[in-house]
Ligand binder design. Structure first.
Ligand SMILES: [Zn+2]
Length: 284
């Protein structure tokens, strides 16, 4: 039995730890969990054991961090190799790579059959509403694939001098995602995480733009801002999807806390399964 689709899971094998090497201390302090690299088989087993189908994410912030990427091909290969564990994969491209980024998006969607593209504007140091990146959103819109954007604070650089150079301004929902949503009305935008400290802006954006949805990863349900909790049980119940940010948050903990926080069972069923099935067109 599948309990949930996890729309935002990172790879926990060696390539991920190489990619985020400089951010490891901050992540450890922020999430208060010790992370160690798993084998591909161990990682797949985590998802099967939790009754979760993961959507796993590549990584590319080469221009800004100088660290190696997790290739989109690697993610596609894992999805093919472990269909019992994964429902799909997300491409990630470095938006500063220009023409190369566009070609890689097209290849990732058409050849690798990935679900869409994920961005982490803090690590990649860019504003989505910067017109230089509009060709990317235009391409994703015409390919008919969703785009994930990080919103709110991040564990990357957390608690360290200068936040390791990561600037939070890039991850503010309004105006940066609102402009993109307005200018690309047929592009599905997935706002990642709870958006804190701009969760009220995120709620407004979700209520105003039909093409913006959210996912709840990277944030323990116990700590969701009360306003967000209220809206998830009400007006946002068809616009939110379950996500973990695996490996930093364990599926069991998320399930437990969602239940303890008193969400209606029919709302949880939507967040866990029905919404991701509908929004991402997944047959799980
Ligand atoms: Zn993430």
């Amino acid at each position: 039995m599948i309990r949930a689709i996890d729309v935002h899971a990172h790879v926990s094998t060696a390539p991920w730890f190489r990619s985020i090497r400089k951010f490891a201390d901050g992540m450890r302090a922020y999430y208060k969990t010790e992370q160690k690299a798993r084998t591909e088989e161990e990682m797949a087993r985590d998802f099967v054991a939790a009754g979760v189908k993961g959507c796993i994410i590549a990584w590319d912030a080469e221009t800004t961090t100088g660290e190696p990427r997790i290739p989109n091909d690697y993610v596609a290969e894992q999805v093919r190799k472990f269909p019992e564990a994964y429902a799909g994969g997300w491409a990630m491209v470095d938006p500063w790579k220009g023409e190369l980024a566009l070609r890689e998006i097209e290849r990732s969607v058409k050849e690798l059959k990935l679900l869409g593209v994920k961005f982490q504007q803090g690590a990649q140091a860019f504003f989505p509403d910067d017109r230089r990146f509009y060709p990317i959103w235009d391409l994703c819109q015409s390919l008919g694939v969703p785009v994930q954007f990080h919103t709110g604070t991040t564990g990357m650089g957390a608690g360290l001098p200068g936040g390791l150079g990561i600037k939070l301004k890039y991850m503010r929902p309004i105006p940066h995602l609102d402009d993109v949503a307005a200018d690309f009305p047929r592009l599905t935008i997935i706002a990642c995480h709870a958006g804190w400290p701009w969760h009220d802006e995120l709620i407004a954006l979700l209520l105003h733009k039909a093409n913006v949805v959210m996912e709840t990863s990277g944030w323990a349900p116990k700590y969701f801002p009360p306003a967000l909790k209220g809206e998830l049980n009400g007006r946002l119940q068809d616009k939110a999807m379950f996500g973990s940010d695996y490996p930093v948050l364990a599926h069991e903990r998320l399930f437990r806390e969602f239940e303890e926080e008193g969400y209606k069972p029919e709302v949880l069923e939507k967040i866990y399964l029905k919404n991701p099935q509908r929004i991402l067109g997944l047959k799980v």
